[in-house]
Write a protein that binds this ligand. Structure first.
Ligand SMILES: [Zn+2]
Length: 117
């Protein structure tokens, strides 16, 4: 269900952008998806394919997904490390005072408008 709500949200955002920029049809959409965002890309694409048929704006849009590596920052030793490999504990100093720098996102990176004649 997670993917479903994100797809709905993405399409809604696209509709807003399209309206602001007078875009009638979108040719392609590039999304950045974080490694620990919990989005399974195969399922995401399925949801996308299902929903886009209902929306003329994105009916023919090509979906491109870019994976963003998850990186955690340690507040104690100021090092960055791979989130998936080490989790919440800093591998350098053993601190738990860490936070996710990137890897939880689902951003619309780029939209190509389909140019009509
Ligand atoms: Zn540390």
């Amino acid at each position: 269900m997670h993917e479903l709500s994100i797809v709905t949200h993405v399409i809604k955002t696209l509709e807003e952008i399209a309206e602001e920029n007078h875009i009638v049809k979108i040719g392609s959409v590039t999304l950045e998806i974080g490694e620990v965002s919990g989005i399974i890309s195969d399922y995401f694409v399925e949801c996308w394919d299902y929903f886009k048929k209902k929306k003329p704006l994105v009916e023919e849009a090509v979906l491109k997904l870019i994976s963003i590596d998850a990186i955690t920052f340690c507040e104690d030793c100021k090092q960055e490390y791979e989130t998936v490999k080490y989790g919440r504990i800093c591998p350098y100093c053993g601190s738990e005072h860490t936070y996710l720098l990137q890897g939880n996102e689902c951003n619309i990176k780029e939209i190509e408008a389909e140019t009509s004649e």
